[in-house]
Write a protein that binds this ligand. Structure first.
Ligand SMILES: [Zn+2]
Length: 234
């Protein structure tokens, strides 16, 4: 089994579904983590050209912890548009290449445009990937792949309908997140935010809602024919 997670920026997947991806990896699932941007605007001091190299590397290190394949589409931050046909085509190609059992991406309620547009692109591309005459470098994938939306930042405006118990993988999730030192260090020093504690708190709160020590929450994209009778999340 293979699962594809698509996030806007390097570190979004670790924040939203890192514990679930770690859990799936332990169960033998092949994990593909796709980041659309290189995160080049994510710092107030380090210049974009230097930062993008650092962040792509940080994401690769984080993915390696769970043995994930990490794909970076190398777009600049703040430029994700769901009407970017070239970008949609790239995501179609990735879906056709991976042939995932399901895809995890950003919720339509998330806090900034790159995230929301990423969710729209995944919705669009997951349909388009099944269309035989839409040509990309990979042949069409006839499945209409189910999509799960991961939690919003800090869980605002998000009511999970499914939970994954990540008690056994919370430390891996935090370890993956801490690979993104350019972000963690900056936020700790200049915004007074301990981001590891932030993520731990959200996971603990989601755990409280479902009787686990730590959990991640998800909703499903409920359109025909992306629904299944069996639970797909671990
Ligand atoms: Zn982000």
């Amino acid at each position: 089994m293979k699962v594809l997670a698509i996030g806007a920026h390097p570190d979004d997947l670790e924040i939203g579904c890192g514990g679930t991806l770690a859990k799936l990896a332990l169960q033998g699932t092949g994990i593909f983590m796709c980041h659309i941007t290189n995160g080049n605007m994510g710092h107030a001091v380090i210049a974009p050209d230097e930062l993008k190299k650092i962040r792509v590397k940080e994401a690769e290190t984080a993915g390696a912890i769970i043995g994930a394949e990490v794909i970076n589409l190398n777009l600049p931050d703040l430029c994700i548009r769901s009407d970017n046909e070239d970008l949609v085509k790239k995501i179609v190609d990735i879906i056709r290449f991976v042939k995932p059992e399901f895809i995890i991406t950003h919720s339509p309620n998330d806090y900034m445009k790159d995230h929301i547009e990423t969710g729209k692109i995944v919705f669009d591309a997951s349909f388009t990937a099944s269309v035989p005459h839409f040509e990309t470098s990979s042949p069409f994938y006839p499945e209409l792949t189910p999509i799960y939306y991961m939690d919003t930042l800090a869980g605002v405006n998000f009511l999970p309908t499914e939970y994954v118990n990540i008690t056994d993988t919370i430390e891996t999730k935090v370890k993956m997140l801490e690979c993104h030192q350019s972000q963690i260090k900056w936020m700790r020093e200049h915004d007074n935010i301990d981001f590891s504690d932030f993520v731990r708190t959200v996971s603990k709160f989601r755990g409280l809602q479902c009787g686990a020590d730590y959990a991640e929450g998800f909703t499903q994209c409920t359109v025909w024919p992306k629904l299944r009778t069996k639970r797909l999340l671990p």
